[in-house]
Design a protein. Structure first.
Length: 283
């Protein structure tokens, strides 16, 4: 048994492994795609078996099952956990992950990711941003939807060159929206964009705002800017900062030229990127 937090569960769909999510609560709201159990213990086991059969055919089956209730009551979930471990089918799942704080904690942090989205158009795919830090989210342009930003309480947006998705009108106030016009191309000099991005992000986070940083795919441009921000504000190495982002967003990978420039930034941030003194990574 391992306990996970709401951020881990929020980022779960973006990881290599997608796991069955089992909801053992009586609450009227539920995380989309999760199975809501009913009946006695035997009924619940049968519902879980039917729900997870598809997962058993995928490579994710050995990773585990996410199990949660209303308030994170471990003792209350123990009978079901024991029955799952003894079940011939369900015992194939290597581990059961319990959500700390239960559904209540998840709804408090991510109110928009519950039952409201179940009713939305099933033919439209909504990709939610990856949460790298409490106030920093990274995504592709498909997450730059006003209802997503509203439900995640995002108050500032940094658009890293996704010219097809502009939200200037939705964020008219100064300091709430920044568009940086550059391509995901080896010929791009990253320095001026990093300087502006770090200043924007630092000001927004200092003001207590949640910020979405997005490009087209949420893979290279937006990731490069967030990695540089972490290097500056948390004094991390390039490898450490990139790892932080990749834990939340496994597809994160700046192109080879951006990686080379970020390595130069790591070696000498002030001279290479002409960062203002207050933003320098030097202690």
């Amino acid at each position: 048994m391992a306990e996970i937090d709401v951020l881990w569960l929020y980022n779960l769909p973006l990881h290599e492994y997608t796991m069955p999510i089992i909801h053992c609560a009586r609450s009227p709201v539920s995380i989309p795609t999760a199975l809501v159990l009913s009946g006695d213990l035997a009924d619940q086991l049968e519902q879980i078996r039917a729900f997870v059969l598809d997962y058993l055919e995928q490579s994710c089956f050995s990773k585990g099952i996410v199990l949660y209730d209303d308030n994170g009551d471990v003792a209350g979930l123990q009978p079901l956990m024991s029955a799952m471990q003894d079940d011939l089918v369900l015992s194939k799942f290597r581990q059961v992950f319990l959500l700390a704080g239960g559904l209540h904690a998840f709804v408090q942090e991510f109110p928009g990711l519950c039952e409201a989205y179940v009713a939305r158009d099933p033919d439209v795919f909504y990709a939610f941003p990856s949460r790298v830090r409490p106030n920093i989210f990274v995504s592709g342009s498909s997450s730059a939807e006003e209802f997503i930003l509203r439900d995640l309480r995002i108050e500032a947006v940094l658009n890293a060159g996704a010219h097809n998705v502009r939200l200037d009108a939705a964020f008219p106030d100064k300091g709430h929206y920044l568009y940086l016009d550059f391509e995901d191309d080896a010929s791009v000099v990253l320095a001026p964009y990093i300087a502006r991005a770090v200043q924007f992000l630092q000001a927004a986070v200092k003001a207590g705002k949640r910020v979405l940083v997005h490009c087209h795919e949420g893979r290279s441009r937006s990731v490069s800017l967030v990695v540089a921000y972490l290097m500056v504000t948390e004094h991390l190495s390039l490898d450490e900062a990139l790892k932080v982002v990749q834990v939340a967003r496994p597809i994160a990978q700046p192109n080879f030229s951006f990686m080379r420039q970020l390595r130069q930034f790591e070696e000498n941030p002030t001279s290479n990127f002409r960062m203002p003194p207050e933003l320098s990574a030097d202690p």
